[in-house]
Design a protein around this ligand. Structure first.
Ligand SMILES: *Cc1c(COP(=O)(O)O)cnc(C)c1O
Length: 313
């Protein structure tokens, strides 16, 4: 399933003589958030190839991955179990209600147990408890995920010539998949959406595994998290909203919106030379607006949730 690439018309891009395109992975599927669809694709194929009947994975109460996984399992006739971090009070929230509606079994664990989600012994026990299940890590980021994300690069090769590719970075799986498939052809910039000190670079290298040394045309930019995961100031939100209103493209403030802020700041710093072509990867995540509206964090009349995201029965 190829996602479209469209040019963005925005006054600053013209003044700075930049061409900016956006790869609309948010439109790849009406329900499954863009990069989560890409990351799950080969995991689900593998589960079927191994005759597994269940997928188990991990996430927070507002997780795009949990939301996408629940729907993907439903349409693939697989059972699924979501191990959810604490927060049982959110069990009827937007994201988890949909996940349950699509058949996901939710298991709430305390934060201490949730911290064990990549611990070898914990995973071994879990696998023994569910021998017919495939366990997928938080965010869906594993070696199989990289393969699916790599399709973005293959599709882009047919769609445009470009110098830079920008993506938001959460767990690093998407960025790692892009880096691997691109094989040093373009400059790839990951915009960290959470506050950290370089650990994300290690995560990406771990996902790249033995190939990591080959790739040197990428970088994670750490100055655009706006205070941490899910955090932002009113001024940040207003800049994203201005961009949404000017371009007509939906963004949310947790992932794709921070990529936009990074782009605008980098352009203001003359980071990109004249006549550069930049591709933004819209990783989706618009379902997250549903939960944010529910908690009163955003005004849904300002942050339009496209049809299909809320009404998907
Ligand atoms: C999960 C997610 C990301 C981050 O992807 P990683 O592979 O975890 O780095 C970016 N954007 C959206 C919308 C997401 O849901």
């Amino acid at each position: 399933m190829t996602s479209i690439l469209s040019a963005i018309d925005y006054p600053t891009f013209k003044t700075k003589k930049l061409k900016v395109f956006i790869k609309r992975d948010d439109l790849i599927h009406p329900i499954i958030s863009g990069n989560k669809w890409r990351k799950l694709k080969h995991n689900l194929l593998q589960a079927k190839a191994e005759n597994k009947n269940t997928i188990i994975s991990f996430g927070g109460a507002f997780s795009n991955h949990i939301h996408a996984l629940a729907y993907a399992c439903k349409v693939n006739n697989l059972s699924c179990i979501g191990i959810i971090r604490g927060e049982q009070e959110y069990q009827n929230n937007f994201t988890l209600s949909w996940a349950r509606h699509w058949g996901m079994q939710l298991k709430f664990v305390d934060r201490k147990t949730y911290k064990l989600r990549s611990d070898a012994n914990y995973l071994k026990d879990l696998q023994q408890q569910y021998p017919h299940a495939m366990i997928v890590p938080e965010g869906g980021s594993n070696a199989l995920a990289l393969e699916g994300v790599g399709d973005v690069i293959t599709e882009l090769a047919e769609q445009a010539e470009y110098d830079y590719l920008l993506t938001p970075v959460g767990s690093g799986g998407t960025l790692a998949g892009l880096i691997k498939a691109d094989n040093n052809k373009h400059k790839i910039l990951g915009i960290a959406v959470l506050k950290q000190q370089g650990y994300l670079t290690d995560e990406v290298n771990a996902l790249l595994g033995k190939d990591q040394g080959i790739f040197d045309n990428w970088q994670i930019l750490n100055d655009f998290h706006c205070g941490g995961y899910g955090k932002y100031k009113t001024a940040d939100a207003n800049r994203i909203l201005e961009f949404i209103n000017s371009t007509g493209i939906p963004f949310e403030p947790v992932y794709s919106g921070k990529m936009i802020l990074a782009l605008l700041d980098l352009i203001a710093q003359n980071y990109f030379s004249e006549d550069s072509t930049i591709v933004l990867l819209h990783t989706g995540g618009i379902q997250g607006l549903g939960g944010m509206a529910e908690r009163g964090l955003i005004d849904p009349s300002l942050w339009p949730v496209p049809e299909g995201v809320t009404d998907n029965t």
